[in-house]
Write a protein that binds this ligand. Structure first.
Ligand code: ATP
Ligand code: MG
Length: 335
């Protein structure tokens, strides 16, 4: 079996529909055919200053419970927290030491976020973020790393660092392929359908959070921005709002977009019907999702047992890879 590895940050109280349809649902589908490693990069979430420790802890538990509710199966996948596997931070340091300063400064996420925050609020951790991410990946020698478009440059860095280490020392790391998964839908902001739905996006009204009260969600879908021509058809360029609703409904009901469009056109339906049906489709997904989430979250002991077990299995892979890396660097092994 080939190995797949991916992670999702515990940002905010809830994952949103873009996280699910664009990432987590694909992870669930890969569990049978791949040797799957899924983790919560909690160390990455302290690269931006100003978090509250109590909130962070809660977000991590909520993140894990949401992954389980979405269908990540800890029997078939190794699910763990990054901070439970110290090899990530350790190899992260090694990666920093083989990355050039110029190379690190060219990372667009660092440039964007540091420009937004200003130098006084930008941490060295934010600068080191991509090197820690390279370590996250390379420790497990995965062939497949599903990442969103926004992480493509970081994956490219991980590939460069793997090649650099392999040629400077000895072949140690697998150079991972950046595979954008088929069928991973991109979901747009309901209020600004030219922008992707994003946790840190500006307008909460544009978000479909998986854990929101269904009434709030229905209201947001019903006030989604559409257009004035009144025709239901799939045209992401000219009709991004309508197309986004069609994608959401299609994905959640497993109905091809063409079938939905034909049905609406045959009945002469208006946007109200499209919104109502989309809200129903979202509700049919989120209601059982929330129930499962609550169940997983309530049993803290079981959640901790799952994460412990995941960390133990992750370390079985990561430990020897780090030891081999240290040895090849010329560090003296402890007796
Ligand atoms: P942030 O705004 O903090 O970057 P985000 O909403 O973009 O948060 P991430 O944690 O960056 O979420 O992404 C987690 C996963 O979800 C990634 O694989 C990313 O590609 C995917 N993802 C995020 N937003 C969307 C979206 N609107 N449509 C499809 N996939 C998405
Ligand atoms: Mg993002």
């Amino acid at each position: 079996k080939q190995r797949v590895l991916s992670g999702i940050q515990p940002t905010g109280d809830s994952y949103h529909l873009g996280n699910y349809l664009g990432a987590v649902r694909q992870w669930v589908g890969l569990q049978d055919d791949y040797d799957a490693f899924y983790f919560i990069p909690d160390l990455h979430s302290i690269t931006i200053p100003g978090w509250d420790p109590k909130e962070l802890r809660e977000r991590v538990y909520r993140g894990a419970a949401q992954l389980l509710a979405a269908g990540i199966d800890p029997q078939r996948s190794v699910m763990f927290l990054q901070s439970h596997v110290p090899e990530h931070a350790e190899l992260g340091w090694v990666m920093q030491c083989i990355t050039g300063d110029g190379e690190a400064r060219r990372m667009t996420q660092f440039k964007d976020k540091s420009a937004k925050q200003g130098q006084d609020n930008t941490t060295a951790g934010l600068y080191a973020y991509p090197m820690l991410m390279a370590a996250d990946i390379l420790l497990y020698r995965p062939q497949l790393v599903p990442v969103g478009e926004d992480q493509r440059q970081h994956l490219e860095l991980a590939r460069n660092l793997a090649q650099r280490f392999n040629s400077r020392f000895k072949k140690t790391f697998v150079v991972p392929e950046p595979k954008i998964l088929p069928n991973s839908a991109k979901i747009f902001d309901l209020q600004d359908p030219s922008a992707k739905m994003s946790k840190s996006g500006s307008n909460p009204k544009g978000l479909i959070n998986l854990l929101d009260d269904p009434k709030t969600t229905a209201k947001r879908i019903k006030s989604a921005v559409t257009d004035n021509d009144g025709e239901i058809r799939f045209d992401p360029e000219n009709k991004p709002g309508v197309s986004n609703l069609l994608v959401i409904q299609s994905e959640l009901t497993d109905t091809p977009i063409d079938t939905l469009v034909e049905r609406y056109q045959a009945s002469g339906a208006q946007y109200g019907a499209l919104k109502g049906d989309t809200a129903d489709a979202v509700e049919a997904f989120v209601v059982p999702f929330r129930d499962k989430f609550e169940e997983f979250l309530a049993d803290r002991a079981e959640l901790e047992r799952i994460l412990d077990d995941g960390a133990r299995r992750a370390r079985e892979v990561a430990g020897p890879v780090l030891a081999q890396t240290y040895e090849r660097l010329g560090l003296v092994a402890p007796k």
